[in-house]
Write a protein that binds this ligand. Sequence first.
Ligand code: SAM
Length: 271
Amino acid sequence: MSAGRSVERAPSPSGPLGDWQAPPGSPAPPDEARGGAGPAGPSWIRAGLGALGLHGLLAQPALYHYLRQGITGGMPFRRFVTLYGLGDPGERVADLGCGPADILRYLNRDRRPQYYLGIDLSESYLAAARRRAAAAGVDARLLAMDLTRIPSDPMIQRRLIDLLEEERISRVLLLGVLHHIPDEAAAATLDLIHRASGVQTLVTQDIVLIAGHPLNNLWCRMDRGVHVRDEAGYDELARRSAWEGHRKEWTHPGFQFIKYIHYIFQRVHSR
Ligand SMILES: C[S@@+](CC[C@H](N)C(=O)[O-])C[C@H]1O[C@@H](n2cnc3c(N)ncnc32)[C@H](O)[C@@H]1O
């Protein structure tokens, strides 16, 4: 499935950022939405970040939080805790693509979810997330899984459904993850989560290409995720998913030119 317009960058042998590439069958994004760059984008961005090794540094769990706070002007974590339902002691949360679980730093001692299941590709992020959950005093389980295998691997599908059901998960978070995975995996992940009938709410958060917002779009092209979409692309994923209803929210970090798009999916009919 092709979900509206998305922009992909293939890994480049010359640096960590690679080139912009439209996925097969997708119309090319307008130059404006690409930050006003030419077809290959400004090479100094890739060269600059490659020289700085920024993506390598972001992969270090100990640095990730502080670097991200610095380069975004501060993530709106307190707002996120409310938006994501993490202040509700009744919630049993699965955080897919949890990273080092930095959001747990911002939980109120008296208002925290009953349970936290963190899943990520990176073992080093998971180790940090395990320590973070313990420090936050949250009952947690942290597991490795590659979400891109969901469309093609029935065992992974079964494993995720079983986990969501056995752990009685009521709320799933996909924060900063959809722009890391291709349309097929994103669509399959949204649908698979819906199949776990106890999950009432699914919340996403992503960076988004916006025509006429060159700084935001420059930010998108510097990201490690190579599947950053425009609003129509995320809308299409939401529309074609098994989720019956959703609403959208927009937030920004301290540097207000960066925009985050959120979809809050709600189960309408219990099975
Ligand atoms: C932008 S970070 C967000 C981390 C965390 N959710 C947060 O908001 O702080 C994206 C995360 O998705 C994870 N990720 C990327 N691709 C993944 C995949 N195929 N399967 C599982 N996790 C993945 C990365 O390891 C990383 O931790």
